[in-house]
Design a protein around this ligand. Sequence first.
Ligand code: KIV
Length: 262
Amino acid sequence: MKNITDLIRMKERKELISFITCYDYWSAKIISETDIDAILVGDSVSMVMHGYETTINADINMLELHVKAVRRGAKNKFIVADMPFLAHKKGKKNTMNNVDRLMKAGANAIKIEGAEGQLDIIEYIIKSGVPVMGHLGLTPQSINIFGGYKVQAREEEEMNKLLNSAIALQQAGCFSIVLELVPASIAKKITEKLNIPTIGIGAGPDTSGQVLVLQDMLGLNKEFKPKFLREYLNGFELIKQAIDNYNSDIKSKKFPSEKESY
Ligand code: KIV
């Protein structure tokens, strides 16, 4: 299993880092047999697995349950778990209980969105022995502030702010930072400026690594086709076809056959 030192060394050696999201046991079992470097149990679980419209509906019970399932399926992978909406905003004791639950569920690190207003708590969590990954650019928990899933930091002033936030997160002790939906040029600049790896999603080719949502890259989400996404399978159609084949085999009495009977 990789650890945070391995990931930082990969950046130093200019080896690209692969992350993928995962929320359940059987997907984790498949990922455990791949060369993927690390798994993110993201709060996108609330949208992808539970059908909510945003990540705001994810809570600590949901994340804990899914981290446990993923850990049971992928004992050999480094797992980062998202701190869900406001899970680190209701006092230090509550924050640390939530961190404790994710780590005991099987995470190796946690991820927190944003920098401003939470550097102190990030530093405290790290000093307590828990690695923290930052997340800048489009931070979906703040969707009501952004007013939509739009590319962030297009103007110079915002780019400078993003760079300063990334430096502040590194200074606070983060071992890596996700950069989501930002121009490739600023992602490259941040990556060059930092010692810690950046992991991009919609942030161009020059970050230290990439992350995609498993179901998106498998083509399972018919409604979600952003420019940054590459689909590696027409998963929706393939699965639908398999289920329809099963249905028609039942109806035409082709299944079960004699060989499939006792
Ligand atoms: O929740 C998530 O899946 C994420 C990734 C999109 C980076 O935070």
